[in-house]
Every structure is written in structure tokens, then in C-alpha cells.
Design a protein around this ligand. Structure first.
Ligand SMILES: Cc1cc2nc3c(=O)[nH]c(=O)nc-3n(C[C@H](O)[C@H](O)[C@H](O)COP(=O)(O)O)c2cc1C
Length: 187
């Protein structure tokens, strides 16, 4: 096995590509697609999103201190891309992509009804890293679409056909290779 050595760059793929909804009182809500996102703590449940200060959504999230992470699916992939190339400065992304804003339980930002999972988040810290500022946030509550509950009452996200983002392309998840801990499970 021979590997090339490349200069430093972002090569951690695949990643989720989520639609982050945000909003300020008295204004139309907006959506920004974010791939620089992840879970950073189990208890308390915490996540991050990294956003360039030049984005229209940046000031909204900074001033409101809140946002909602909406998971993406095959059905939503066009909206994921659109919300990642168009700015809320010029278009109403909810309207253009026929997405439905629904009031959240706790935060001021709306959920996207069509997403299988929406995660209400409150910013706890902003780390000004460089090109991107990282919004570290606590998860306040999660909305899960009942359509993806199986007979046993367990949530089955795979039924929603989730997508990932890798090297500029969107992919589905096609095959199940194992389950958590299966490598050490006694037969
Ligand atoms: C797949 C994908 C992932 C993206 N990830 C990020 C990201 O992590 N952070 C960011 O600041 N912009 C990211 N962008 C770019 C923004 O979504 C894009 O600039 C968007 O138009 C900003 O919208 P706004 O001006 O309405 O806030 C991504 C775009 C795409 C298509």
C-alpha cells in the first residue's frame, strides 16, 4: 500500500449535509446548508456548526443564539443543494423549495416540516477559528417524524433514505455492514 502525502486540507469525508434553519423576530426565516457539523458531547447533548461570517445566516444565528439542524434525505437533496448555493439575502428558500416552516417548541428558529429529524439548538460558545466560526450548541430537544417509527416503536432513520456529502457529491446509504458492537458479540 503506497500513499501520497498531500498538503493540509479538509479531507474528512463523508459528512452529513444538513439544512440549518434560523430566524429573527419579525423576519422571514432562512435555511443554510452546512456540512461542517457534528456531535461533540453525549451528556449534555452538544453539536456544532461552522459558518463563514459572510453568510446571511451568520448574523441571524449569532444574534438569536439559536438554530435548528434538519437532517436531509433523498427527497430533500435538491433543497439541500439549493439552500447551499442561494442566499437568503436574495431568495426565500422555504418558498422556493416548497418547504414548510413550523414553530419549534423552544427556540425562535422554525423546524423544516419535511425533514425526518429536527434538532433544536442553543449556542453556548462561538469559536472564531479562521474562515469559519464554530457555533458550539446545546441540544434542547429533538423532533422525529412518526412516519419512520417501526412496529416496535423504534425510530428507523434508514427508512427516510438519509444522504451524505463526500468530495462535492451527495450519496445515499445503500448497504448495512454491521451493528454497534457486532465485532465482539458472542455467537
Ligand atoms: C453541501 C454544502 C455544504 C455546505 N457547508 C457549509 C458549511 O459548513 N459552512 C458554511 O458556512 N457554508 C456552507 N455551505 C455554503 C452555504 O450553504 C451557502 O453559502 C449558502 O448560500 C449560504 O446561505 P445564506 O447566505 O442564506 O446564509 C455549504 C454548501 C453546500 C452546497
Amino acid at each position: 500500500m503506497e500513499k501520497e502525502f498531500w498538503k493540509a486540507g479538509n479531507m474528512l469525508y463523508p459528512l452529513p449535509a444538513v439544512m440549518v434553519s434560523c430566524g429573527r423576530q419579525g423576519e422571514k426565516p432562512n435555511i443554510i446548508t452546512v456540512a461542517w457539523t457534528g456531535t461533540v458531547c453525549t451528556n449534555p447533548p452538544m453539536v456544532y456548526i461552522s459558518v463563514r461570517p459572510s453568510r446571511f445566516s451568520y448574523d441571524i444565528i449569532k444574534e438569536s443564539g439559536e438554530f435548528v439542524i434538519n437532517l436531509s434525505t433523498k427527497k430533500l437533496v435538491k433543497a439541500v443543494d439549493y439552500c447551499g448555493v442561494k442566499s437568503g439575502r436574495e431568495v426565500d428558500k422555504f418558498k422556493e423549495m416548497k418547504l414548510t416552516p413550523v414553530p419549534a417548541n423552544i427556540v425562535s428558529a422554525p423546524l423544516i416540516l419535511e425533514a425526518p429529524v429536527s434538532i433544536e439548538c442553543r449556542v453556548t460558545q462561538i469559536l472564531e477559528l479562521g474562515s469559519h466560526h464554530m457555533f458550539l450548541a446545546e441540544v434542547l430537544g429533538v423532533h422525529a417524524d412518526k412516519a419512520y417509527m417501526n412496529e416496535a416503536g423504534k425510530f428507523d432513520l434508514s427508512k427516510s433514505q438519509p444522504i451524505v456529502y463526500s468530495h462535492g457529491e451527495y450519496y445515499g446509504l445503500s448497504e448495512l455492514f454491521g451493528k454497534f458492537g457486532y465485532s465482539v458479540k458472542k455467537k
